[in-house]
Design a protein around this ligand. Structure first.
Ligand SMILES: NC(=O)c1ccc[n+]([C@@H]2O[C@H](COP(=O)([O-])OP(=O)(O)OC[C@H]3O[C@@H](n4cnc5c(N)ncnc54)[C@H](OP(=O)(O)O)[C@@H]3O)[C@@H](O)[C@H]2O)c1
Length: 259
């Protein structure tokens, strides 16, 4: 721990599970006060208890981020009420990734995926721009390797994550001049929290073609996120960092099979 985020206040959506939880605890371990958000209050309580037991500062704010502007505005208002109106870091992590095909995707599924993954963070940013501009803050968006490397099982999800990459660039251009830095992190397949890092896991099969040949850990995304929201990355704008074991850019299966 290096206290890279001392005196910073962060809001992490979807912080009640896996990647968001790891990001929230990592930011807190670097000195940030973290607003943990999600729908599940029990898991939210566990996350803030873990952070507090480690000597960090955290509060839970429940929010169901459906994409309705009032839901995102409500989370923004509740978070700012706790922090006295200040926010330095927003992590748009909450996301859903139901498997589907184009043929069987109904309008409800379309609205669910785009509501949670695109509309909710869009409206959250709308609501929090004044606070983030005042603090010269940072927005970190979660993308995914499937935004750029096609897979057949989730066209709506893949395109929603491509939208977040595009928004990362668009917001960087639009909000950068107002003092807000906007960056993204694009995970490869990540194991659920608590799986044995030494033992093979079914998530590994989707990563067989990558240089790592295995899935990543939520901690891998958290470590990159700490860097991206810290002043160490103060010259990093509008880009999305692939933290995916090489999955989206490199294929090695032929060489591996031949070896
Ligand atoms: N896991 C991977 O392999 C992977 C790979 C690439 C990208 N990603 C991206 O990384 C992010 C986190 O993924 P994950 O695997 O950690 O997901 P996860 O374990 O399924 O957790 C999703 C989180 O989002 C929250 N959430 C879902 N719907 C919500 C809603 N309507 N309102 C508020 N919160 C909501 C959940 O909160 P509650 O549980 O409290 O409802 C939970 O905290 C997502 O954006 C995902 O697309 C994941």
């Amino acid at each position: 721990m290096t206290n890279r985020l001392q005196n910073k206040i962060a809001l992490v959506t979807g912080a009640t599970s896996n990647i968001g939880r790891a990001i929230a605890t990592a930011l807190a371990a670097e000195g940030a006060r973290v607003i943990v958000s999600g729908r599940d209050a029990d898991r939210g309580a566990q996350v803030i208890a873990e952070i507090r037991e480690a000597g960090g500062h955290a509060d839970f704010v429940r929010a169901d981020l459906t994409g309705d502007p009032s839901a995102s505005a409500g989370l923004a208002a509740d978070a700012l009420a706790l922090t006295g109106g200040r926010l330095d870091i927003l992590v748009n992590n909450a996301g859903v990734y139901p498997l589907h095909s184009t043929a069987d995707a109904g309008d409800d599924l379309f609205d669910l995926v785009y509501g949670v993954n695109v509309k909710a963070p869009f409206h959250l940013v709308q609501a929090l721009v004044p606070a983030l501009a005042a603090s010269h803050g940072v927005i970190l968006n979660l993308g995914s390797w499937v935004a750029r490397l096609a897979v057949p099982s989730s066209p709506l999800y893949s395109s929603s994550k491509a939208a977040m990459e595009a928004l990362t660039r668009a917001w960087s251009s639009e909000l950068g001049p107002r003092g807000i830095r906007v960056v993204g992190v694009s995970p490869g397949v990540i194991r659920p929290l608590g799986s044995d890092p030494e033992a093979p896991h079914r998530s590994d099969t989707l990563m067989a073609d990558a240089p790592t040949g295995r899935a990543g850990e939520a901690a891998d995304i958290a470590a990159a996120s700490v860097y991206l929201v810290s002043d160490d990355a103060s010259f990093v704008h509008g880009t999305t960092l692939d933290v995916d074991g090489g999955r989206a850019n490199v294929a090695v299966s032929a060489e591996r099979d031949a070896a």
